[in-house]
Design a protein around this ligand. Structure first.
Ligand SMILES: [Zn+2]
Length: 224
């Protein structure tokens, strides 16, 4: 956090702790074409960072090197920031997967679900602010033309159905922290078409812009 003088009034620069989900050794979900989720998250992070910084938001990178040793070390590293934002890419339950062979590799896919979703925990110490930021991100994504997935319901109930926000109470990165926290799922990498879209630089930039617009709307509206 930092404050500076602007035209005689104290302006406030919000700070976002931007977390790259998973790690080099535990890459998370495996895409339809065999790419680990961590690599999608790592590719999106600097694009989101740039979009946040363009709005005057300070970014504290978390786990850009992919070497975070434990889930709880991430929120600890975020301490003092205004928002913890964890970037992820989504999968589907195992029973929804079908086998296929791509470039000689036996893999699995599911073309049934595509789209983004946003997750918050009621166990977070700031559930109201977390929920507001999640709703703002979801609303901004929809306004930019991105379509949510609905496959996390009913396992994870809606916190804000219109804006694709779910209660996901037991995620460690969301509740083992002292600050508002949001987990963003950019899209479903088990979906063969969406996997390709999620790696498209122009689309990634549009998505990052939508995320940053939502974050800025939320953080600059927060009472000080
Ligand atoms: Zn993940």
């Amino acid at each position: 956090m930092l404050a500076w003088l602007l035209g005689g009034a104290t302006a406030y620069a919000a700070e976002v702790a931007l977390d790259v989900g998973h790690s080099l050794t535990d890459t998370g979900a495996i895409s339809a074409r065999g790419r680990g989720e961590y690599h999608f998250n790592r590719a999106l992070a600097p694009v989101v960072q740039q979009a946040l910084e363009a709005r005057g938001i300070t970014v504290r990178p978390i786990n850009y090197d992919g070497r975070a040793t434990s889930l709880s070390s991430r929120p600890e590293a975020a301490c003092g920031a205004d928002l913890f934002l964890s970037l992820h890419h989504d999968s589907v339950p195992a029973y929804e997967l079908s086998p296929w062979v791509w470039q000689g590799r036996r893999l699995d896919y599911c073309d049934k679900y595509a789209g983004f979703s946003v997750h918050v925990s009621r166990r977070n110490p700031e559930p109201a602010i977390s929920g507001r930021c999640a709703s703002a991100i979801g609303a901004s994504m929809r306004l930019a033309g991105f379509v949510p997935t609905r496959h996390h319901f009913p396992k994870h109930p809606w916190a804000d159905e219109e804006n694709a926000v779910h209660w996901h109470d037991n995620l460690v990165v969301l509740h083992r922290t002292t600050l508002p926290a949001v987990l963003f799922e950019a899209g479903v990498i088990k979906h063969r078409e969406e996997e390709l879209q999620l790696a498209d630089p122009e689309r990634m930039a549009r998505m990052a812009d939508a995320i940053a617009t939502g974050v800025a709307a939320c953080l600059y509206a927060m009472p000080r």
